[in-house]
Design a protein around this ligand. Structure first.
Ligand SMILES: [Zn+2]
Ligand SMILES: [Zn+2]
Length: 539
Protein backbone atom coordinates (compact mmCIF):
# COMPACT_ATOMS: atom_id res chain seq x y z
CA UNK A 1 0.00 0.00 0.00
CA UNK A 2 1.25 3.46 -0.72
CA UNK A 3 1.62 5.93 2.10
CA UNK A 4 -0.12 8.58 0.10
CA UNK A 5 -3.26 8.85 2.22
CA UNK A 6 -5.10 11.80 3.66
CA UNK A 7 -4.33 12.42 7.30
CA UNK A 8 -6.83 14.26 9.41
CA UNK A 9 -6.27 17.95 9.04
CA UNK A 10 -4.96 19.56 12.21
CA UNK A 11 -7.25 21.97 14.07
CA UNK A 12 -5.28 25.16 13.38
CA UNK A 13 -5.06 24.68 9.66
CA UNK A 14 -8.71 23.64 9.66
CA UNK A 15 -9.83 26.87 11.29
CA UNK A 16 -7.89 29.13 8.96
CA UNK A 17 -8.96 27.21 5.90
CA UNK A 18 -12.58 27.01 6.99
CA UNK A 19 -12.87 30.79 7.37
CA UNK A 20 -11.03 31.32 4.14
CA UNK A 21 -13.39 29.08 2.22
CA UNK A 22 -16.41 30.76 3.74
CA UNK A 23 -15.09 34.11 2.59
CA UNK A 24 -14.55 32.74 -0.88
CA UNK A 25 -18.01 31.29 -1.09
CA UNK A 26 -19.43 34.61 0.05
CA UNK A 27 -17.40 36.08 -2.80
CA UNK A 28 -15.73 38.55 -0.50
CA UNK A 29 -12.16 37.46 -1.06
CA UNK A 30 -9.64 37.51 -3.89
CA UNK A 31 -10.80 37.97 -7.44
CA UNK A 32 -9.13 34.74 -8.54
CA UNK A 33 -10.95 32.52 -6.02
CA UNK A 34 -14.29 34.19 -6.72
CA UNK A 35 -13.82 33.44 -10.39
CA UNK A 36 -13.44 29.76 -9.52
CA UNK A 37 -16.80 29.68 -7.77
CA UNK A 38 -18.49 31.75 -10.46
CA UNK A 39 -17.28 29.32 -13.06
CA UNK A 40 -19.18 26.53 -11.32
CA UNK A 41 -22.31 28.63 -11.65
CA UNK A 42 -25.37 28.27 -9.48
CA UNK A 43 -25.00 25.87 -6.64
CA UNK A 44 -27.44 24.37 -4.20
CA UNK A 45 -25.61 23.62 -0.96
CA UNK A 46 -22.02 23.86 0.15
CA UNK A 47 -20.58 21.57 2.83
CA UNK A 48 -17.18 21.49 4.49
CA UNK A 49 -15.86 17.97 4.90
CA UNK A 50 -13.25 18.61 7.53
CA UNK A 51 -12.18 14.97 7.75
CA UNK A 52 -10.90 15.14 4.19
CA UNK A 53 -10.22 18.85 3.77
CA UNK A 54 -12.83 18.90 1.03
CA UNK A 55 -15.46 21.44 0.06
CA UNK A 56 -18.56 19.85 -1.42
CA UNK A 57 -20.47 22.02 -3.86
CA UNK A 58 -23.80 20.69 -5.13
CA UNK A 59 -24.69 21.85 -8.61
CA UNK A 60 -26.52 20.68 -11.71
CA UNK A 61 -23.71 21.91 -13.96
CA UNK A 62 -21.81 19.03 -15.50
CA UNK A 63 -18.14 18.81 -16.36
CA UNK A 64 -14.89 17.77 -14.75
CA UNK A 65 -14.00 21.27 -13.45
CA UNK A 66 -10.33 20.23 -13.35
CA UNK A 67 -8.95 23.74 -13.83
CA UNK A 68 -11.29 25.18 -11.21
CA UNK A 69 -10.33 22.46 -8.76
CA UNK A 70 -6.63 23.14 -9.22
CA UNK A 71 -7.09 26.86 -8.82
CA UNK A 72 -9.29 26.41 -5.78
CA UNK A 73 -6.69 24.22 -4.12
CA UNK A 74 -3.98 26.79 -4.83
CA UNK A 75 -6.08 29.62 -3.43
CA UNK A 76 -7.38 27.90 -0.30
CA UNK A 77 -5.60 24.63 0.41
CA UNK A 78 -8.97 22.83 0.25
CA UNK A 79 -10.03 20.27 -2.30
CA UNK A 80 -13.08 21.24 -4.29
CA UNK A 81 -15.54 18.43 -5.04
CA UNK A 82 -18.51 18.88 -7.36
CA UNK A 83 -21.59 16.83 -6.45
CA UNK A 84 -24.81 16.45 -8.38
CA UNK A 85 -27.76 18.27 -6.79
CA UNK A 86 -29.44 15.44 -4.90
CA UNK A 87 -33.10 14.88 -5.63
CA UNK A 88 -33.51 12.85 -2.48
CA UNK A 89 -34.56 14.55 0.75
CA UNK A 90 -32.78 11.70 2.55
CA UNK A 91 -29.45 12.64 0.96
CA UNK A 92 -29.94 16.30 1.95
CA UNK A 93 -30.78 15.27 5.48
CA UNK A 94 -27.81 12.92 5.75
CA UNK A 95 -25.38 15.60 4.50
CA UNK A 96 -26.78 18.07 7.02
CA UNK A 97 -26.51 15.50 9.83
CA UNK A 98 -22.91 14.79 8.92
CA UNK A 99 -21.38 18.09 7.89
CA UNK A 100 -23.49 20.49 9.95
CA UNK A 101 -23.44 18.46 13.17
CA UNK A 102 -22.37 21.02 15.76
CA UNK A 103 -20.13 18.58 17.58
CA UNK A 104 -18.33 17.51 14.40
CA UNK A 105 -15.21 19.60 14.88
CA UNK A 106 -14.63 18.22 18.39
CA UNK A 107 -15.52 14.71 17.22
CA UNK A 108 -12.95 14.79 14.40
CA UNK A 109 -10.30 16.25 16.68
CA UNK A 110 -10.90 13.32 19.04
CA UNK A 111 -10.71 10.80 16.19
CA UNK A 112 -7.51 12.42 14.97
CA UNK A 113 -5.91 12.26 18.45
CA UNK A 114 -7.08 8.69 18.93
CA UNK A 115 -5.50 7.26 15.77
CA UNK A 116 -2.12 8.66 16.80
CA UNK A 117 -1.78 6.58 20.00
CA UNK A 118 1.55 4.76 20.26
CA UNK A 119 2.12 1.16 21.39
CA UNK A 120 2.82 -2.43 20.45
CA UNK A 121 1.47 -4.23 17.34
CA UNK A 122 2.66 -7.78 17.88
CA UNK A 123 -0.58 -9.71 17.29
CA UNK A 124 -3.99 -9.60 15.60
CA UNK A 125 -7.07 -11.24 17.10
CA UNK A 126 -10.21 -11.81 15.04
CA UNK A 127 -13.52 -12.58 16.81
CA UNK A 128 -16.70 -13.50 14.95
CA UNK A 129 -19.68 -12.00 16.79
CA UNK A 130 -22.17 -12.84 14.04
CA UNK A 131 -22.28 -14.28 10.51
CA UNK A 132 -20.60 -17.54 11.57
CA UNK A 133 -22.41 -20.44 9.85
CA UNK A 134 -25.43 -18.22 9.19
CA UNK A 135 -26.50 -16.00 6.29
CA UNK A 136 -25.97 -12.45 7.52
CA UNK A 137 -25.67 -10.76 10.95
CA UNK A 138 -22.04 -10.14 10.00
CA UNK A 139 -19.98 -8.64 12.78
CA UNK A 140 -16.24 -9.15 12.99
CA UNK A 141 -14.19 -7.70 15.80
CA UNK A 142 -10.53 -7.03 14.96
CA UNK A 143 -8.07 -6.32 17.77
CA UNK A 144 -4.39 -5.59 18.08
CA UNK A 145 -2.70 -4.53 21.34
CA UNK A 146 -3.35 -0.93 20.18
CA UNK A 147 -6.50 -0.99 18.06
CA UNK A 148 -10.08 -2.22 18.18
CA UNK A 149 -12.22 -2.14 15.05
CA UNK A 150 -15.61 -3.65 14.20
CA UNK A 151 -16.32 -4.72 10.61
CA UNK A 152 -20.11 -4.57 10.10
CA UNK A 153 -22.69 -4.93 12.86
CA UNK A 154 -25.70 -6.74 11.42
CA UNK A 155 -28.83 -8.44 12.66
CA UNK A 156 -30.20 -11.87 11.78
CA UNK A 157 -33.10 -11.14 9.44
CA UNK A 158 -35.22 -14.04 10.72
CA UNK A 159 -34.80 -13.47 14.46
CA UNK A 160 -33.85 -9.73 14.44
CA UNK A 161 -31.08 -10.63 16.90
CA UNK A 162 -27.89 -8.57 16.77
CA UNK A 163 -24.24 -9.60 17.21
CA UNK A 164 -23.41 -11.74 20.23
CA UNK A 165 -21.86 -9.98 23.20
CA UNK A 166 -18.20 -10.93 23.48
CA UNK A 167 -16.44 -10.03 26.73
CA UNK A 168 -13.54 -8.47 24.81
CA UNK A 169 -15.87 -6.08 22.91
CA UNK A 170 -16.13 -2.97 25.06
CA UNK A 171 -17.76 -0.15 23.09
CA UNK A 172 -15.91 2.44 25.17
CA UNK A 173 -12.62 1.19 23.74
CA UNK A 174 -13.78 0.74 20.16
CA UNK A 175 -11.78 2.87 17.69
CA UNK A 176 -14.04 2.54 14.65
CA UNK A 177 -16.86 0.70 12.92
CA UNK A 178 -16.51 0.01 9.20
CA UNK A 179 -19.64 -0.78 7.18
CA UNK A 180 -19.43 -2.82 3.98
CA UNK A 181 -22.97 -1.99 2.74
CA UNK A 182 -26.39 -0.83 3.87
CA UNK A 183 -28.28 -4.15 4.19
CA UNK A 184 -29.57 -4.69 7.72
CA UNK A 185 -27.77 -8.02 8.10
CA UNK A 186 -24.63 -5.81 8.07
CA UNK A 187 -25.89 -2.61 9.73
CA UNK A 188 -28.98 -3.44 11.83
CA UNK A 189 -27.09 -3.48 15.15
CA UNK A 190 -25.23 -0.15 14.94
CA UNK A 191 -27.86 2.30 16.18
CA UNK A 192 -28.12 0.18 19.35
CA UNK A 193 -24.40 0.83 20.00
CA UNK A 194 -25.11 4.58 19.85
CA UNK A 195 -28.11 4.10 22.16
CA UNK A 196 -25.63 2.40 24.54
CA UNK A 197 -23.17 5.29 24.38
CA UNK A 198 -20.69 4.56 21.56
CA UNK A 199 -19.54 7.89 20.11
CA UNK A 200 -16.74 6.81 17.78
CA UNK A 201 -16.76 6.97 13.99
CA UNK A 202 -18.58 4.82 11.42
CA UNK A 203 -16.77 4.64 8.09
CA UNK A 204 -18.73 3.85 4.91
CA UNK A 205 -19.36 5.25 1.44
CA UNK A 206 -21.89 8.08 1.38
CA UNK A 207 -24.56 6.08 -0.53
CA UNK A 208 -24.24 3.35 2.11
CA UNK A 209 -24.81 5.93 4.86
CA UNK A 210 -27.93 7.38 3.18
CA UNK A 211 -29.40 3.95 2.37
CA UNK A 212 -28.59 2.75 5.89
CA UNK A 213 -30.63 5.63 7.37
CA UNK A 214 -33.56 4.70 5.10
CA UNK A 215 -33.46 1.02 6.13
CA UNK A 216 -32.90 1.72 9.83
CA UNK A 217 -35.87 4.08 10.01
CA UNK A 218 -37.99 1.42 8.30
CA UNK A 219 -36.75 -1.19 10.79
CA UNK A 220 -37.62 1.16 13.65
CA UNK A 221 -41.12 1.64 12.22
CA UNK A 222 -41.72 -2.11 11.84
CA UNK A 223 -40.11 -3.47 14.98
CA UNK A 224 -42.21 -3.79 18.10
CA UNK A 225 -39.49 -3.32 20.72
CA UNK A 226 -36.59 -1.62 19.02
CA UNK A 227 -33.44 -1.26 21.07
CA UNK A 228 -32.86 2.15 19.51
CA UNK A 229 -34.93 5.15 18.50
CA UNK A 230 -34.90 7.79 15.78
CA UNK A 231 -32.52 9.96 17.76
CA UNK A 232 -29.95 7.14 18.10
CA UNK A 233 -30.19 6.62 14.31
CA UNK A 234 -29.33 10.29 13.77
CA UNK A 235 -26.59 10.19 16.44
CA UNK A 236 -25.11 7.38 14.36
CA UNK A 237 -25.31 9.48 11.16
CA UNK A 238 -23.68 12.46 12.98
CA UNK A 239 -20.68 10.22 13.61
CA UNK A 240 -20.35 8.83 10.08
CA UNK A 241 -17.25 9.62 8.07
CA UNK A 242 -17.98 9.14 4.37
CA UNK A 243 -15.14 7.54 2.48
CA UNK A 244 -14.73 6.90 -1.23
CA UNK A 245 -13.51 3.72 -2.90
CA UNK A 246 -9.72 3.42 -2.96
CA UNK A 247 -8.99 6.35 -0.62
CA UNK A 248 -6.76 4.99 2.09
CA UNK A 249 -7.59 6.18 5.57
CA UNK A 250 -5.99 5.62 8.96
CA UNK A 251 -8.80 4.42 11.22
CA UNK A 252 -6.94 3.14 14.30
CA UNK A 253 -3.37 3.45 15.66
CA UNK A 254 -2.01 0.56 13.59
CA UNK A 255 -4.78 0.06 11.01
CA UNK A 256 -5.22 1.71 7.62
CA UNK A 257 -8.31 1.00 5.55
CA UNK A 258 -9.27 1.08 1.89
CA UNK A 259 -12.68 0.25 0.38
CA UNK A 260 -13.09 -1.72 -2.88
CA UNK A 261 -16.26 -1.69 -4.98
CA UNK A 262 -18.14 -4.94 -4.21
CA UNK A 263 -20.74 -4.87 -7.03
CA UNK A 264 -23.49 -5.95 -4.60
CA UNK A 265 -25.42 -2.72 -3.93
CA UNK A 266 -24.82 0.95 -4.75
CA UNK A 267 -21.97 1.99 -2.43
CA UNK A 268 -21.19 -1.60 -1.35
CA UNK A 269 -17.59 -2.36 -0.49
CA UNK A 270 -15.03 -4.98 0.34
CA UNK A 271 -12.71 -3.79 3.11
CA UNK A 272 -8.92 -4.00 2.91
CA UNK A 273 -7.16 -3.45 6.22
CA UNK A 274 -3.44 -2.89 6.46
CA UNK A 275 -2.75 -3.93 10.05
CA UNK A 276 0.82 -2.94 10.74
CA UNK A 277 1.89 -4.28 7.34
CA UNK A 278 -0.37 -7.37 7.31
CA UNK A 279 -3.09 -7.32 4.66
CA UNK A 280 -6.60 -8.46 5.67
CA UNK A 281 -9.44 -8.43 3.15
CA UNK A 282 -13.10 -8.79 4.09
CA UNK A 283 -15.31 -9.33 1.02
CA UNK A 284 -18.60 -8.15 2.56
CA UNK A 285 -21.31 -9.38 0.16
CA UNK A 286 -20.05 -9.27 -3.41
CA UNK A 287 -21.10 -9.88 -6.99
CA UNK A 288 -18.53 -10.49 -9.71
CA UNK A 289 -21.03 -10.01 -12.55
CA UNK A 290 -21.64 -6.95 -14.64
CA UNK A 291 -25.27 -5.91 -14.07
CA UNK A 292 -27.31 -3.09 -15.60
CA UNK A 293 -26.82 -1.13 -12.37
CA UNK A 294 -23.33 -1.92 -11.13
CA UNK A 295 -19.92 -2.91 -12.43
CA UNK A 296 -18.47 -6.18 -11.10
CA UNK A 297 -16.56 -6.23 -7.80
CA UNK A 298 -12.97 -4.93 -7.89
CA UNK A 299 -10.50 -7.49 -6.66
CA UNK A 300 -7.10 -6.19 -7.75
CA UNK A 301 -5.79 -6.77 -4.26
CA UNK A 302 -2.28 -6.85 -2.83
CA UNK A 303 -1.03 -10.28 -1.66
CA UNK A 304 -3.17 -11.20 1.35
CA UNK A 305 -2.34 -12.53 4.81
CA UNK A 306 -5.95 -12.93 5.96
CA UNK A 307 -9.16 -13.36 3.94
CA UNK A 308 -12.72 -13.27 5.30
CA UNK A 309 -15.13 -14.28 2.55
CA UNK A 310 -18.87 -14.66 2.14
CA UNK A 311 -20.32 -17.99 0.99
CA UNK A 312 -24.01 -17.25 0.31
CA UNK A 313 -24.17 -19.21 -2.98
CA UNK A 314 -20.94 -21.18 -2.65
CA UNK A 315 -22.62 -24.36 -3.87
CA UNK A 316 -25.14 -23.03 -6.36
CA UNK A 317 -25.10 -21.89 -9.96
CA UNK A 318 -27.09 -18.79 -10.80
CA UNK A 319 -28.34 -18.23 -14.38
CA UNK A 320 -26.38 -15.65 -16.36
CA UNK A 321 -27.38 -11.98 -16.23
CA UNK A 322 -28.22 -11.97 -19.94
CA UNK A 323 -30.55 -14.93 -19.51
CA UNK A 324 -32.54 -13.47 -16.61
CA UNK A 325 -32.71 -10.04 -18.26
CA UNK A 326 -34.10 -11.59 -21.48
CA UNK A 327 -36.60 -13.61 -19.48
CA UNK A 328 -37.88 -10.55 -17.64
CA UNK A 329 -38.34 -8.55 -20.85
CA UNK A 330 -40.09 -11.51 -22.52
CA UNK A 331 -42.48 -11.87 -19.56
CA UNK A 332 -43.27 -8.14 -19.53
CA UNK A 333 -43.94 -8.17 -23.31
CA UNK A 334 -46.14 -11.25 -23.10
CA UNK A 335 -48.24 -9.68 -20.33
CA UNK A 336 -48.62 -6.35 -22.12
CA UNK A 337 -49.59 -8.12 -25.36
CA UNK A 338 -52.60 -9.70 -23.62
CA UNK A 339 -53.56 -6.34 -22.14
CA UNK A 340 -52.36 -7.31 -18.68
CA UNK A 341 -50.36 -5.50 -16.00
CA UNK A 342 -46.86 -6.77 -15.17
CA UNK A 343 -46.18 -6.31 -11.44
CA UNK A 344 -42.58 -6.74 -10.39
CA UNK A 345 -42.36 -7.20 -6.63
CA UNK A 346 -38.84 -6.78 -5.38
CA UNK A 347 -36.34 -5.37 -2.86
CA UNK A 348 -36.29 -1.58 -2.52
CA UNK A 349 -32.54 -1.14 -2.81
CA UNK A 350 -30.42 -2.36 -5.67
CA UNK A 351 -32.63 -4.91 -7.41
CA UNK A 352 -35.42 -2.42 -8.14
CA UNK A 353 -33.00 0.13 -9.65
CA UNK A 354 -31.38 -2.66 -11.69
CA UNK A 355 -34.78 -3.65 -13.11
CA UNK A 356 -35.74 -0.02 -13.65
CA UNK A 357 -32.52 0.48 -15.68
CA UNK A 358 -33.28 -2.63 -17.72
CA UNK A 359 -36.82 -1.40 -18.48
CA UNK A 360 -35.60 2.12 -19.37
CA UNK A 361 -32.86 0.74 -21.60
CA UNK A 362 -35.46 -1.33 -23.45
CA UNK A 363 -37.50 1.78 -24.19
CA UNK A 364 -40.58 1.13 -22.04
CA UNK A 365 -42.48 4.32 -21.28
CA UNK A 366 -45.25 3.39 -18.91
CA UNK A 367 -43.20 2.53 -15.81
CA UNK A 368 -44.37 3.17 -12.24
CA UNK A 369 -42.44 2.69 -9.02
CA UNK A 370 -44.13 2.26 -5.64
CA UNK A 371 -43.28 1.91 -1.94
CA UNK A 372 -39.83 2.41 -0.46
CA UNK A 373 -38.45 2.02 -3.99
CA UNK A 374 -39.32 5.69 -4.63
CA UNK A 375 -36.96 7.11 -1.99
CA UNK A 376 -34.33 4.39 -2.57
CA UNK A 377 -34.24 5.28 -6.29
CA UNK A 378 -33.89 8.98 -5.49
CA UNK A 379 -30.99 8.20 -3.15
CA UNK A 380 -29.25 5.89 -5.62
CA UNK A 381 -29.82 8.34 -8.51
CA UNK A 382 -28.16 11.09 -6.46
CA UNK A 383 -24.84 9.20 -6.62
CA UNK A 384 -24.09 8.89 -10.36
CA UNK A 385 -20.44 8.02 -9.64
CA UNK A 386 -21.52 4.80 -7.91
CA UNK A 387 -23.86 3.41 -10.59
CA UNK A 388 -23.65 2.74 -14.32
CA UNK A 389 -26.98 4.03 -15.71
CA UNK A 390 -28.52 7.45 -15.52
CA UNK A 391 -31.65 7.02 -13.41
CA UNK A 392 -33.09 10.39 -14.46
CA UNK A 393 -35.24 8.66 -17.13
CA UNK A 394 -39.00 8.67 -17.56
CA UNK A 395 -40.94 6.81 -14.90
CA UNK A 396 -43.55 7.79 -12.37
CA UNK A 397 -43.58 7.69 -8.59
CA UNK A 398 -46.66 6.33 -6.84
CA UNK A 399 -47.56 7.90 -3.50
CA UNK A 400 -51.33 7.35 -3.25
CA UNK A 401 -54.07 4.82 -3.94
CA UNK A 402 -55.42 7.10 -6.66
CA UNK A 403 -52.08 6.91 -8.46
CA UNK A 404 -52.16 3.13 -8.06
CA UNK A 405 -55.56 3.03 -9.76
CA UNK A 406 -54.20 5.18 -12.60
CA UNK A 407 -51.17 2.93 -13.03
CA UNK A 408 -53.46 -0.10 -13.33
CA UNK A 409 -55.84 1.68 -15.73
CA UNK A 410 -52.91 2.70 -17.93
CA UNK A 411 -51.58 -0.88 -18.07
CA UNK A 412 -48.34 0.38 -16.57
CA UNK A 413 -45.37 -1.76 -15.65
CA UNK A 414 -45.33 -1.61 -11.86
CA UNK A 415 -42.15 -2.06 -9.83
CA UNK A 416 -43.05 -2.31 -6.15
CA UNK A 417 -42.04 -3.71 -2.77
CA UNK A 418 -41.73 -6.20 -1.20
CA UNK A 419 -39.29 -8.84 -2.41
CA UNK A 420 -40.90 -11.75 -0.55
CA UNK A 421 -44.51 -10.48 -0.46
CA UNK A 422 -44.31 -9.89 3.28
CA UNK A 423 -46.18 -6.57 3.03
CA UNK A 424 -46.07 -3.13 1.44
CA UNK A 425 -47.95 -1.98 -1.68
CA UNK A 426 -47.86 -5.43 -3.32
CA UNK A 427 -50.72 -6.32 -0.99
CA UNK A 428 -52.85 -3.62 -2.67
CA UNK A 429 -52.05 -4.87 -6.18
CA UNK A 430 -52.73 -8.53 -5.37
CA UNK A 431 -55.95 -7.52 -3.64
CA UNK A 432 -57.14 -5.46 -6.63
CA UNK A 433 -55.81 -7.24 -9.73
CA UNK A 434 -54.41 -10.52 -8.39
CA UNK A 435 -57.57 -12.34 -9.48
CA UNK A 436 -57.14 -11.66 -13.22
CA UNK A 437 -55.15 -14.20 -15.18
CA UNK A 438 -54.01 -11.67 -17.83
CA UNK A 439 -51.77 -10.00 -15.22
CA UNK A 440 -48.36 -11.32 -14.15
CA UNK A 441 -46.55 -11.19 -10.84
CA UNK A 442 -42.79 -11.28 -11.42
CA UNK A 443 -40.63 -12.23 -8.44
CA UNK A 444 -36.99 -11.47 -9.26
CA UNK A 445 -35.39 -12.30 -5.93
CA UNK A 446 -34.47 -14.99 -3.50
CA UNK A 447 -37.34 -16.09 -1.27
CA UNK A 448 -36.86 -17.15 2.35
CA UNK A 449 -38.83 -20.19 3.52
CA UNK A 450 -42.23 -19.54 5.06
CA UNK A 451 -42.62 -16.11 3.48
CA UNK A 452 -45.84 -15.56 1.46
CA UNK A 453 -43.69 -15.21 -1.69
CA UNK A 454 -42.10 -18.59 -1.19
CA UNK A 455 -45.45 -20.22 -0.37
CA UNK A 456 -46.95 -18.82 -3.58
CA UNK A 457 -43.96 -20.03 -5.58
CA UNK A 458 -44.45 -23.49 -4.06
CA UNK A 459 -48.06 -23.50 -5.29
CA UNK A 460 -49.93 -22.50 -2.14
CA UNK A 461 -53.14 -20.61 -2.91
CA UNK A 462 -54.74 -18.59 -1.37
CA UNK A 463 -51.87 -16.87 0.44
CA UNK A 464 -51.99 -14.59 3.47
CA UNK A 465 -50.25 -11.22 3.71
CA UNK A 466 -50.53 -9.46 7.08
CA UNK A 467 -53.48 -11.69 7.96
CA UNK A 468 -55.37 -10.91 4.76
CA UNK A 469 -56.34 -13.86 2.58
CA UNK A 470 -55.62 -13.34 -1.11
CA UNK A 471 -56.92 -15.57 -3.89
CA UNK A 472 -54.29 -15.57 -6.65
CA UNK A 473 -55.30 -16.07 -10.26
CA UNK A 474 -52.60 -14.08 -12.08
CA UNK A 475 -49.56 -15.72 -13.62
CA UNK A 476 -46.65 -16.04 -11.16
CA UNK A 477 -43.14 -16.06 -12.52
CA UNK A 478 -39.93 -16.26 -10.52
CA UNK A 479 -36.87 -14.96 -12.36
CA UNK A 480 -33.70 -15.52 -10.43
CA UNK A 481 -31.70 -12.27 -10.28
CA UNK A 482 -28.95 -12.22 -7.65
CA UNK A 483 -26.61 -9.79 -5.90
CA UNK A 484 -24.05 -12.42 -4.92
CA UNK A 485 -21.31 -14.30 -6.72
CA UNK A 486 -22.27 -17.94 -7.25
CA UNK A 487 -19.97 -20.97 -7.02
CA UNK A 488 -17.99 -20.18 -10.16
CA UNK A 489 -17.80 -16.48 -9.23
CA UNK A 490 -16.46 -17.28 -5.76
CA UNK A 491 -13.83 -19.59 -7.19
CA UNK A 492 -12.68 -17.19 -9.86
CA UNK A 493 -12.24 -14.62 -7.06
CA UNK A 494 -10.28 -17.12 -4.93
CA UNK A 495 -8.02 -18.02 -7.88
CA UNK A 496 -7.16 -14.34 -8.37
CA UNK A 497 -5.80 -13.95 -4.84
CA UNK A 498 -2.05 -13.75 -4.36
CA UNK A 499 -0.48 -15.17 -1.22
CA UNK A 500 -1.79 -17.99 0.96
CA UNK A 501 -4.10 -16.13 3.32
CA UNK A 502 -5.55 -17.60 6.47
CA UNK A 503 -9.16 -17.84 5.35
CA UNK A 504 -12.45 -17.55 7.24
CA UNK A 505 -15.68 -18.49 5.47
CA UNK A 506 -18.82 -16.79 6.81
CA UNK A 507 -22.25 -15.46 5.66
CA UNK A 508 -23.60 -18.79 4.40
CA UNK A 509 -25.62 -21.80 5.53
CA UNK A 510 -23.64 -23.99 7.97
CA UNK A 511 -23.01 -26.71 5.38
CA UNK A 512 -21.88 -24.26 2.69
CA UNK A 513 -19.41 -22.52 5.01
CA UNK A 514 -17.94 -25.83 6.16
CA UNK A 515 -17.73 -27.33 2.67
CA UNK A 516 -16.17 -24.24 1.10
CA UNK A 517 -13.55 -23.90 3.82
CA UNK A 518 -12.64 -27.58 3.41
CA UNK A 519 -12.37 -27.18 -0.38
CA UNK A 520 -10.16 -24.09 0.00
CA UNK A 521 -7.94 -26.07 2.29
CA UNK A 522 -7.71 -29.05 -0.06
CA UNK A 523 -7.52 -27.27 -3.42
CA UNK A 524 -5.51 -24.17 -2.55
CA UNK A 525 -3.59 -25.43 0.47
CA UNK A 526 -4.57 -22.39 2.56
CA UNK A 527 -5.45 -22.73 6.21
CA UNK A 528 -9.24 -22.23 6.14
CA UNK A 529 -11.96 -22.22 8.78
CA UNK A 530 -15.72 -21.88 9.01
CA UNK A 531 -15.95 -20.11 12.38
CA UNK A 532 -18.91 -20.44 14.73
CA UNK A 533 -20.19 -17.26 16.33
CA UNK A 534 -17.95 -16.22 19.25
CA UNK A 535 -14.97 -18.17 17.85
CA UNK A 536 -11.77 -16.11 18.02
CA UNK A 537 -8.45 -16.58 16.24
CA UNK A 538 -5.06 -15.08 16.91
CA UNK A 539 -2.70 -14.50 14.03
ZN1 LIG B 1 -25.46 -9.97 3.72
ZN1 LIG C 1 -26.10 -7.66 1.32
Amino acid sequence: MSNNYYEYIGPDKLKICGENVEKILNRSTTKEASKVINKIGSYNNVYWDESYGKVLVETNRTGTFEREKNRFFKETGWNLEIYKNPYSEMVNKVRRLIYEYEGRYEFLKKVSRNVRRAGDSSWIRISFLGGGKEVGRNSIFIQTPRSKVLLDCGINMKTSKGPLPAPEMDIKQLDAIVISHSHLDHTGGIAKLYAQGYRGPVYATEPTIALMRLLKRDLYRLKENPEFNKSSIDKMINHCIPIEYRDMKKIAPDIHMELYNAGHLPGSAGVLLDINGKQLFYTGDFDDRNTKLLPPADHDLPPLDVLITEATYSHESIPSQKKVERELIKTVDKTLSRDGTPIISTFAIGRSQEILSLLLENGYKNIYIDGMICEATKIVGSYPDYIKPNLDGEYQYIYSEKQREEAIENNGIIVTTSGMLTGGPIQYYLDHIGDKSKNTLILPGYMVENTPGNKLKEGENPIHINGKQLEIELEVKQIRFSGHADRSGLWSFLHKIEGSPETYVIHGEKENCEKLSQEINEKLGWSANAPKNLDAYRT
